[in-house]
Ligand binder design. Structure first.
Ligand code: FAD
Length: 462
């Protein structure tokens, strides 16, 4: 009897334990289900998913298989497909969002009730979130001891892509183009497309290129916004186009990659927290922050979203994200500090906009990092550390190369490709004009910093 393998955020053939188990010795039907949860993704993430699925379908075809695509509630779709194909089992990789994991349990129970085995596999992380425990058997709340525990001990070995045997008869597949996963990118996915590199092959090429060169200078260059000093692997990790264990082992072989591997552990930490304290994605992790007078959405936050705050470093980051679906990590911290402290706006406002715009959107990393910057999270930066975007720019973009790339009118020359792309991508409703590219600062950095610190002292009682 054939088996079904449900692809989710694991859109690769190598290092995919679930796919290998499903393929073991018999015919396998690879499936992607566009369920309501996936339909609700942000515009950029959904567009990027569509591109990833296209690449996955091509790899499957090259391996003599297919991707069967269906839309609907996942449990119902999988049961129907199991009946149609006579499948005896459905395999998938685990999700560590507690809500999704709970739904998976219900789907599994319904399949089993119809005599179909339902089997979940690891694959998204180096270690399962529950496998990393404190001495007392609890979960970690502080990164350094977590990293020490999660970074120790063996990590599963890499595995080649399994051989895929086709079923006697393929079930019907919907036309993914008709799903129009990129439709919400009304700013024109055409612009973002030039900056994205979807697919498993692209992920492997990126890993090789990074380990061939930039990794050696990673500790020095990773914060430099004007250099390509980081791996760029996050969009691939988000969609599972590469397994973290492959990166982990390759980095170990390359040597000198301790700082880089530590960042992978931040991703693990984010999912560890998401699994143990899912409220991190929605509410202040430290409840004492509920009394803090953050503003809800407001006009200044809208200027922030549009890259029109008048602070070149902030605007450059926001424009970079809008155009490419990504933003340099250092700049993510700067724009997040500016929103939550200078503009005194709740971090969830920023979290939501990132979810809309990032092609590497990851619910756990996004939440952990927003709460880290805002001060409300576990092991967070202290609130009184307000990033000054101008001092940060002097340090991490000393010659203004990054800012000039994104802000028309910043450097001496005519605006380059990226700066022009932003104006091409910005919705007409924003009313932006490249002839008038740099607004005056909307906030006085000194006064707004003082306001934030006053609010902090007032709610902290001292
Ligand atoms: P590299 O420096 O090459 O790092 C390698 C990998 O380590 C990354 O691909 C990523 O998987 C992981 N990593 C690195 N830094 C972090 C970090 N701080 N937290 C968790 N994992 C990390 N990352 C996302 O993948 N998705 C998000 O939605 C996201 N939202 C963020 C929001 C804010 C406010 C901030 C400050 C950071 C956010 N990050 C997020 C983390 C980080 O900015 C990106 O992972 C990083 O910029 C990706 O670039 P890279 O692949 O070149 O990273």
């Amino acid at each position: 009897r054939p088996r079904l393998f449900r692809f989710r955020r694991d859109l690769r053939l190598r290092d995919n334990d679930g796919l290998a188990a499903a393929a073991g010795g018999g015919p396998v039907v690879p499936v992607f289900v566009l369920d309501p949860e996936t339909e609700a993704l942000g515009a950029a993430a959904k567009w990027r998913l569509g591109r990833a699925l296209g690449e996955l379908a091509r790899s499957l075809e090259a391996a003599g298989s297919r991707l069967v695509s269906r839309r609907g509630e996942a449990g119902a779709v999988l049961r129907a497909l199991a009946r149609e194909t006579g499948a005896g089992a459905v395999h998938w990789s685990r999700s560590y969002e507690p809500e999704v994991a709970a739904r998976d349990e219900r789907i599994a129970a319904a399949l089993r009730a119809e005599g179909v085995a339902a089997i979940a596999h690891p694959g998204f992380l180096l270690r399962e979130p529950w496998a990393v425990e404190t001495g007392a058997g609890g979960s970690y709340k502080v990164f350094t001891p977590f990293a020490k525990a999660a970074g120790a001990g063996p990590v599963a070995e890499c595995a080649a892509a399994p051989e895929l045997h086709a079923p006697e008869k393929w079930p019907r597949s919907e036309d993914r183009d008709a799903w129009a996963l990129g439709a919400a990118m009304d700013r024109g996915a055409a612009v973002v497309a030039g900056y994205a590199a979807p697919g498993e092959a692209a992920a492997l090429a990126r890993l090789d290129a990074f380990l061939d060169g930039p990794v050696a200078d990673y500790p020095r260059d990773r914060d430099r916004t004007d250099r390509a000093g980081t791996s760029g692997l996050s969009e691939h990790l988000t969609w599972g186009e590469i397994a973290p264990r492959r990166i982990w082992h390759a980095a170990e072989r390359a040597g000198g990659a301790a700082a880089f591997r530590r960042e992978l552990l931040w991703r693990e930490f984010a999912w560890h927290l998401m699994w143990h304290t899912p409220r991190i994605a929605e509410r202040n992790w430290r409840e004492s922050w509920d009394a803090f007078p953050w503003r809800r959405d407001n006009g200044e936050a809208e200027a922030w979203r549009r890259g029109m705050t008048g602070e070149p470093m902030v605007d450059a980051g926001m424009r970079e994200m809008f155009v490419t679906g990504r933003m340099h990590n250092r700049v993510r911290m700067i724009v997040a500090s500016y929103l939550t402290k200078n503009l005194l706006t709740h971090w969830t406002v920023g979290l939501d906009w990132f979810a809309e715009c990032l092609t590497d959107w990851d619910p756990a990393s996004n939440a952990l990092n927003w709460q880290w910057v805002a001060g409300s999270g576990p092991d967070a930066a202290p609130f009184f550390r307000v990033f000054n975007p101008r001092t940060q720019a002097e340090k991490f973009d000393p010659e203004g190369i990054y800012r000039a790339r994104w802000i028309a009118g910043f450097g001496d020359g005519a605006p380059g490709r990226e700066a022009r792309d932003f104006f091409a991508a910005a919705p007409r409703a924003w009313g932006l004009d490249i002839a008038d590219p740099r607004p005056e600062p909307i906030a006085d950095l000194g006064a707004t910093r003082a306001r934030a610190l006053d609010a902090y002292r007032a709610t902290r009682g001292g």
